[in-house]
Structures are given as C-alpha cells and as structure tokens.
Write a protein that binds this ligand. Structure first.
Ligand code: DC
Length: 221
C-alpha cells in the first residue's frame, strides 16, 4: 500500500517548490505531472507540430514517447526518450502550448494511467491539476494551493527575470490568466477544487510558511 499526498492548484502557487521540499523532508517520491505534459509538448514542437489542429499526431506522440523520471533526494529530473529535458520543458514556447496539448482527452487518459503506475507501491507527493479529482480521488491527503492571480504573475515574472527571460509583467499576467482559463475549462481533467480538499491560500505566505502548513496537514492525517 502506498501513501499518496495529492496537490492541485493553478500555475504560480508554488506547488512544484513545495512538493520538492516536502519530498526531501518526509522522504516521499516527488512526481511533477505537469512535466509529463510538457515533455509531450516539447517533442511535438521538435517535430514541427505547434497547433491543436494536429490532434491525431499529438496523440501518436503521447502514445510512442518514453517518459521517465528520476528522483534524487526530492530533486526530479525528466527524461524524454532517454534524453534529460528537465530544462527544455520550461521554455516559453512549451509553456505557451502545453495547456492546449494537455486538454486532449486521449492524452490525459494515457498520462493518468502512467501517473497511477508511477505511484504503485511507493509513498509519493504528486502535484498537478487533476490529482485530487481524477488521478487519486482517494489520496491520503488532498490539498488545493491557491493564490491571487496578480501575486502568481508577480512570482512568475520574478522567476523569469532571474532566468534572463524578456517578458514584461503585463505579458506575464496575461499569459497566466489565459493559462488559468484553459486549465479550468478543459473537457476532461479541468482544474477544480475537490470537495474534500484542504484549501491553502498562499497569496500572503512565504514559501517556508506554506511548506510548514502543508507539512502540518500531512502529519495530522
Ligand atoms: O504545472 P505546470 O505549469 O508545469 O503544468 C503544465 C501544464 O500542464 C498546465 O498548463 C496544465 C497542465 N497539467 C494538467 O493539465 N494536468 C496535470 N495534472 C498537470 C499539468
């Protein structure tokens, strides 16, 4: 039997950072499911596919690529057909297309099955958009991380600037609003708050405060 901590929430709430820190402290395997949708998107872009119109080709890619994750003390690396793509999957190009790719129901079904398999017999902390609702509706712990969209855009803008990316705050905010809309209006696996999830609003919290709060929720379960 495995122990599953499921975390959902919109982009920029700190899910990835929190999951990584907690995985290290509580000795859980960290599974970032967004990285899986990003890997499919990267492969599609590399094959010259950048429109949702080519749905069948996108499904073929998802069926045929090999996605693997390694976990070293909470630090996750992602391999696409054997190549380490941990950095490439975070590019602006991938971020701009991934929510469309992840809206294809056939691709979601493939990924959900893979995510369930990855958790088999392991104690995991898995984060994404549909983990508490679709992948593991019976998870031991279900958390929804939220934050005001302007605050999330501020965090993403700061991160991007540190990475040398050019986008302005206004562009970052617009991209964030667009992604929220896409993530919340997918026909399958849309981002929503599970009835029994514990909601943590991180708008006015530091990463350390969020980490302590989430740890407290997990250890109380
Ligand atoms: O968490 P992220 O920004 O790396 O996720 C990338 C995209 O993948 C995001 O637009 C939503 C989508 N996604 C999803 O639909 N379901 C998941 N479980 C995880 C991510």
């Amino acid at each position: 039997m495995s122990f599953v901590v499921a975390i959902d929430g919109p982009a920029g709430t700190g899910k990835g950072t929190i999951a990584k820190l907690i995985a290290q402290e509580l000795n859980l395997v960290n599974i970032d499911t967004g990285a899986m949708y990003r890997s499919i998107t990267l492969e599609a872009i590399r094959q010259g596919i950048n429109s949702i119109e080519e749905k069948e080709k996108l499904i073929e890619i998802a069926k045929n690529i090999k996605i693997e994750m390694t976990n070293n003390n909470g630090e996750q690396e992602i391999f696409l057909n054997g190549e380490n793509v941990s950095k490439e999957i975070r590019s602006t190009e991938v971020s701009g297309f991934v929510s469309q790719v992840s809206s294809i129901p056939e691709i979601r079904e493939l990924m959900v099955n893979l995510q369930r398999k990855m958790a088999e017999g392991r104690d995991v902390i898995m984060e994404g958009r549909d983990i508490t609702t679709v992948v593991f509706p019976n998870a031991n712990v279900k958390i929804y991380l939220d934050a005001d969209v302007a605050e999330r855009a501020k965090r993403r803008y700061k991160e991007n600037k540190e990475k040398g990316m050019q986008a302005t705050f206004e562009e970052t905010l617009e991209a964030m609003k667009k992604r929220d809309h896409n993530d919340m209006h997918k026909p399958v696996g849309a981002l929503k708050i599970a009835e029994d999830a514990i909601v943590v609003d991180t708008t006015n919290m530091t990463i350390d405060e969020v980490k302590e709060k989430v740890k407290e929720i997990i250890t109380k379960c």
